[in-house]
Write a protein that binds this ligand. Sequence first.
Ligand code: ATP
Ligand code: MG
Length: 190
Amino acid sequence: MKNIIIFGAPGSGKGTYSDEIVSRYGMGHISTGDVLRAEIKNGTELGKLAKGLIDKGQLIPDDVMVNILAKVYDEKVPGKGVIFDGFPRTITQAEALKNMLADRHHELGNMIELIVDEETLMSRLLNRAKEQGRADDNEETIKARFQVYHNQTEPLAEWFEKEGIRHTFTWKGDKDTMLKEIFAFLDTQQ
Ligand code: ATP
Ligand code: MG
């Protein structure tokens, strides 16, 4: 399977659909949010830097993220294809990803964009706050994350469009329908 970049607002289901894609196609999964949360849990220097920013809904600096990404990518099984979940989030990160993959003679693959209305996003995240207690899932921080998403990440959709690999899927109120549409597309991309 080609690499996949799963792209969407906070709460759009990047992690959920990544898990489904992994079980169907057996690829690797890199969630930069999960990597950072593990660093926080282990109390590393990176974790300390990340916590301050994540709790405010801000992004971790690009150079830090790009280094982490390359390191985690190189630990994955070569040739299996990877889902990038939560990366890239800025144009700088996207350019770095493209170069990193080109250096390894790998392709960028496909970008899967999840479009979900903001009311649904907010209610999912507040619900997740009750279930998982993520520190950044409170109303104030969620609003900051939406703002950061609109300003810094959403413009990247155009970047992927220009690369000719943007594939958009819109939430219509039902997970199975969304999943069926994503699988129907990915089945043609083996
Ligand atoms: P969800 O997990 O619901 O999709 P999300 O996209 O906000 O929501 P994560 O991807 O888990 O959540 O990221 C959580 C936080 O980690 C971000 O708000 C940001 O502070 C930091 N982070 C994760 N990935 C990156 C990245 N590529 N660049 C900069 N910061 C990042
Ligand atoms: Mg996630």
